[in-house]
Design a protein around this ligand. Structure first.
Ligand code: SF4
Length: 369
């Protein structure tokens, strides 16, 4: 069995670790690229969302590279995500590919995991160790990424911060023991000990939207790197380790959902699939915590994010926070996205200058009285 799985940010590093530790033969698909998008859009129905087309392209590339089994998450929620694996398998089998799928969904997850464990001949103990190592890597990767987002907007740091981060990712990928992972995380933190994050007048932007679009830099045209290179501090509303924790531990998920529902009320009072609810709730959170603006990134035809997009103009007015909606599909271009980002950043700078002027004006008036 030569196993493979899709990319979503750094998730594939953790999955590779888990399956290699279990003794499986792993085929890591090539990183998402123009070829992936081209293959996926060539095979997928035209009105499917971009994440589906990319997952489809990734599966085809993994099979072309020698994989014979593909692992996917499934489910029965209100958006298409739950059907990705089944639909992709049907499309590719029609095209002549021969392979097996393991779709992990709902109650069957622990049964499927036990079957896989037995298939690889791994003991329960080594399976637990593999999962633990994968989880630690996922957390460590998010930890160094959070450091990256604090440091990269500092003047003169974008290049250095990205290079240190990339080295950190490679070292975490190669690590074989928890202590090694900890050492790399500490070393990355240590590199930037004397680097003070941007404060005061720096512009801060919150990023909300579909999880795949937020986590996969190729698909969002390196949105965070673009903004941070302009000196903007960004805050992404979701990290993959948070998402995994919410789905592994139901009490965390309940607490998270209640929090989201409380924030989004009265604009949205139910889960609409994907991250639609989170988009509304996090936009309100960013407005309440003094962010200058929010970027909402969504794939064309994404139902949950379209629901959120229709609500955001009201949130913008009520909370006085500018929101840029970036709707992306396979026809979007880097230049188009970059010019919209630059225009949005210009607006936020002018707005900030205006607010500062008004504040100074009020302070002067008070000193005359
Ligand atoms: S949330 Fe949107 S983009 Fe993500 S799978 Fe569902 S429909 Fe596609």
């Amino acid at each position: 069995m030569r196993i493979s799985f899709p990319h979503m940010g750094n998730l594939s590093i953790a999955l590779e670790t888990v399956f290699r530790e279990l003794g499986a033969q792993v085929v890591v698909p090539p990183p998402v690229s123009e070829a992936t998008v081209k293959t996926g859009t060539g095979y997928a129905p035209v009105d499917c969302c971009l994440p589906f087309k990319i997952v489809l392209g990734t599966i085809a590339q993994a099979l072309d590279s020698g994989a014979d089994t593909f692992i996917m998450l499934g489910g029965n929620g209100p958006c298409r995500f739950g059907y990705f694996g089944h639909l992709a398998a049907a499309i590719l089998r029609d095209r002549g590919y021969v392979f097996s799928t393991v779709i992990l969904e709902g109650e069957n997850i622990s049964r499927e995991v036990s079957i896989l464990r037995r298939e690889f001949g791994a003991s329960r103990r080594s399976a637990l160790r593999a999962l633990w190592l994968g989880w630690l890597k996922l957390k460590a990767l998010d930890e160094i990424e959070r450091i990256l987002h604090q440091v990269r907007p500092v003047k003169g740091m974008p290049g250095i911060a990205s290079a240190v981060y990339r080295q950190g990712v490679q070292k975490i990928k190669a690590a074989r023991a928890p202590e090694e992972i900890r050492r790399v995380t500490d070393a990355v933190g240590h590199c930037f000990l004397n680097c003070k994050p941007v404060t005061g007048d720096g512009i801060r932007i919150g990023l909300v939207g579909d999880i795949y679009m937020l986590l996969e830099p190729y698909v969002n045209y390196g949105l965070e790197e673009c903004l941070e290179s302009m000196g903007i501090t960004t805050h992404r509303s979701i990290y993959i380790s948070d998402w995994v924790a919410q789905h592994l531990w139901p009490h965390k998920n309940r607490r998270y959902l209640n929090n989201m529902l409380a924030l989004a009320r009265p604009y949205l009072s139910s889960v609409v699939g994907g991250h639609g609810l989170d988009t509304v709730a996090n936009t309100i959170h960013y407005a309440q915590t003094g962010y200058d603006g929010v970027i909402h990134i969504l794939p064309l035809t994404c139902m949950p994010e379209i629901v959120a997009q229709s609500i955001l103009p009201k949130v913008t007015t009520d909370y006085d926070i500018p929101v840029l909606s970036l709707v992306l599909d396979e026809h979007s271009s880097h230049t188009g996205v970059l010019s919209r980002l630059e225009a949005f950043v210009d607006i936020l700078h002018s707005r900030r200058r205006l607010i500062n002027c008004q504040r100074r004006g009020k302070a002067k008036k008070r000193s005359f009285c």
